[in-house]
Design a protein around this ligand. Structure first.
Ligand SMILES: *Cc1c(COP(=O)(O)O)cnc(C)c1O
Length: 356
């Protein structure tokens, strides 16, 4: 620590009202920037005041979308210490996304050290209220000014920080889902397994249509047969059917969520059987008709656990767990957020503490 060059903001910004943080609306005083060029490779990261960046209008990211990103969180623990949740997994996944997008890989330790230094510098911005955290958004964009369609020779890695409030202002509550049978998010061989902006751009229309019809998210089916369940919104998805927990196997078009991995580990440690396999929407609805579908929930860094209360597919609508938060969804939410807040023992070694 301490070897990263820091240019401090002269006047710290006014901090937002901790009761009205929302998600991703406020940004801290500083950001981490690291440049790449084909001649020099990745240079040393620097911390500079948060602010607009200058980009050539021909910057390749603006035309062909060569971009990857991550989403992770820092927490103030009960005793005032600060910690990140499984940040090594985010660094690893970001490099895997880079590989898919033909972006040169970076040294994960260098970037993680930079993130730790940045979070430490802006630590006064980490909210300490219930269910609040500091959301960390690393991303890489192709900055080379050129309209040729090929891998860029210049990139910028940036890390910005945003204090975020509870994802559920009224506490964890079930959402209604619409099974999307027209649009698809990703196909095998595409970029679904990478965290890249294009996947999100392609999903917005379905999301908007679902909202217009009164649903909060879409359930994505596979892009080939439109038969098998892949993800829910931008979360991974789990179902508890007849006592067994089932989640779609990582098929190549599904994002390997870190929350997904944590949930599988946690459920297995409680003695539940968790199976990663293909599951069709027909099988799911058939289980619901027979009264075997006990729970359904999404998993992701932003909401942690998002219970699914109702699901509509073609003309049929099912209610899950009586429209309430299921037993395991609640238990997972309480346990994972408890570990993240330092209230429960970190028995899997997931928290990385930040030393002052
Ligand atoms: C980020 C993301 C997830 C969740 O991943 P976590 O590591 O658990 O936050 C799931 N699906 C998609 C498409 C994502 O982009």
């Amino acid at each position: 620590m301490g070897k990263i060059q820091i240019v401090r903001r002269e006047q710290p910004k006014t901090k937002p009202d901790p009761e009205k943080l929302g998600f991703g609306q406020y940004f801290t005083d500083h950001m981490l920037v690291m440049d790449y060029s084909a001649e020099t490779g990745w240079r040393e990261p620097e911390i500079v005041p948060y602010g607009p960046i200058s980009l050539d209008p021909s910057a390749m990211v603006l035309h062909y979308g060569q971009e990857v990103f991550e989403g992770m969180k820092a927490y103030t623990l009960e005793d005032g210490r600060i910690a990140l949740f499984r940040p090594d997994m985010n660094m690893k996944r970001m490099n895997q996304s880079c590989e898919r997008l033909s972006i040169p890989p970076f040294d994960p330790e260098t970037v993680l050290e930079g993130i730790v230094e940045l979070v430490s510098l802006d630590r006064d911005w980490i909210p300490d209220g219930d269910d609040t955290s500091l959301y960390i958004r690393p991303f890489i964009i192709a900055t080379e000014p050129c309209l040729g369609v090929r891998a860029a020779k210049e990139y910028k890695l940036i890390v910005i920080l945003s204090p975020v409030g509870s994802y559920y202002p009224e506490g964890i509550h079930p959402v209604s889902i619409y099974v999307e049978d027209q649009f698809v998010r990703a196909v095998r061989g595409g970029t679904g397994a990478a965290k890249t902006s294009g996947n999100y751009a392609a999903g917005i229309k379905a999301q908007e249509t679902a909202k217009e019809q009164g649903f909060s998210q879409v359930l994505w089916l596979d892009g080939v047969e439109k038969k098998y369940i892949e993800e829910v919104g931008s979360m991974n998805v789990f179902f508890k059917i007849g006592g067994e927990v089932v989640t779609p196997a990582l098929s190549g078009s599904i994002l390997a969520g870190i929350t997904r991995d944590s949930v599988i580990t946690m459920l297995r440690s409680w003695g539940l059987t968790v199976t990663e396999r293909k599951i069709s929407v027909e099988e799911l609805f058939e289980a619901a008709r027979k009264g075997l579908l006990e729970e359904a929930f999404g998993t992701g860094t932003a909401a942690v656990i998002s219970p699914i209360g109702t699901m509509k597919w073609e003309q049929e609508q099912i209610t899950i767990a009586g429209g309430n938060t299921g037993e395991y969804a609640k238990k997972l939410y309480d346990t994972i957020t408890g570990i993240q807040k330092g209230l429960l023992e970190d028995r899997f070694g997931w928290m990385k503490e930040i030393q002052e």
